[in-house]
Design a protein around this ligand. Structure first.
Ligand SMILES: Cc1cc2nc3c(=O)[nH]c(=O)nc-3n(C[C@H](O)[C@H](O)[C@H](O)COP(=O)(O)O)c2cc1C
Length: 318
């Protein structure tokens, strides 16, 4: 498939380590027939050592799907990309991760300060794979070093087929506001498609972001947590003009139950129930007593008890 077919829905699931696993990807796909979904970041160093089947697991209907790699060794990343071609419709290279552990090793956003290496990675991977290649990066490393236009041009020159840009700098991490207007500068400079990312939390913000950025689509991260319908609702709105309202709290709790059941099926009860805990703040919020209930549910290890607690919350008619 060509890039234009992979991104035709104009919305994607942004990669999130420890979050966009097989289960979340499946749930998003069940609510959106054609949005581009993305795996968690897969470390090329780790994948070279161990072929982790949970991280690569997919279903036929997951297409269009992109697999994201991180690292700084061009040939190692290319070898991993070749291995992932069996699963992936597109390979994405992480050049935006801000966390210390990653940038210290010249991976992630540190690549925005190292044009030569970033370009070598893109050139090497591109010359060895048969699926499209994309890069995801930020506005720059610091407020003073916003080199995203120059960087994007070089990525295009080196062979990237598609860009996702998170409209914050590395120094901002996840704070402050994403500056969607800046993305319009990148759009003017490159010919390859660009998806805008950062703070898209609704159909309305998706539309506003597209207006301000002139991007070809939006990538949604954190707002997919706690609402697996959001990406599908944005897809429906942008492509068919159909507006569906956000889910009610009752519906969100039903989604959470399904999410837990799927994780338990994938990982077993002990690991599955613990894994889902990070999602509770997103599914259980915005009603009186939510924080107290989250404090209680997070202590529960058994699937049966978690489900019965959620039944009780629903019976409160919040
Ligand atoms: C928990 C978490 C994990 C993330 N992991 C990745 C990752 O593996 N690769 C990546 O490129 N970005 C990662 N990101 C960044 C997101 O893809 C996205 O750029 C960022 O959250 C901004 O978009 P949002 O406001 O829609 O969440 C992560 C973000 C969060 C919150």
């Amino acid at each position: 498939m060509q890039v234009k077919d992979l991104i035709s829905a104009r919305v994607s699931l942004a990669p999130m380590a420890g979050i966009t696993d097989y289960v979340l990807r499946s749930l998003i796909r069940e609510n959106s027939s054609s949005a581009l979904i993305t795996t968690e970041m897969i470390s090329s160093e780790a994948l070279t050592q161990v072929k982790d089947t949970l991280i690569t697991k997919r279903e036929k209907n997951h297409s269009p799907i992109s697999y994201q790699l991180s690292g700084h060794k061009p040939q190692m990343i290319a070898d991993c990309a070749k291995y992932l071609e069996e699963y992936a419709d597109m390979i994405d290279i992480n050049m935006g991760c801000p966390v210390n552990k990653v940038v210290r090793g010249t991976d992630g956003c540190a690549l925005m300060r190292n044009y030569q290496l970033a370009q070598e990675i893109v050139r090497t991977v591109k010359s060895q794979i048969n699926v499209p290649l994309s890069v995801k990066f930020r506005l720059g490393y610091t407020q003073e070093e916003q080199n995203f236009v120059d960087f994007g041009e070089r990525m295009q020159e080196s062979g990237a087929d598609f860009i996702t840009i998170h409209a914050r700098t590395r120094s901002q991490m996840y704070g402050g506001k994403a500056d969607w207007k800046k993305i319009a500068e990148l759009k003017r400079a490159v010919d390859i498609p660009v998806f805008a990312n950062g703070d898209i939390v609704s159909i309305e913000t998706a539309e506003e972001c597209l207006n301000q950025s002139n991007a070809d689509g939006v990538a949604v991260g954190r707002a997919s947590l706690g609402d697996v319908t959001l990406i599908g609702r944005i897809e429906q709105y942008l492509n068919k003009g159909i507006y569906s309202p956000p889910p009610s709290q009752e519906e969100k709790i039903n989604m959470l139950k399904e999410h837990i059941l799927r994780e338990v099926e994938l990982r077993g009860e002990r690991v599955g129930v613990k894994f889902v805990r990070k999602f509770y703040p997103y599914y259980l919020n915005g009603f009186t007593g939510a924080s107290k209930l989250r404090g209680e549910i997070v202590l529960i290890d058994s699937l049966k008890e978690v489900l019965s607690k959620l039944d009780k919350i629903q019976s409160l008619k919040i």
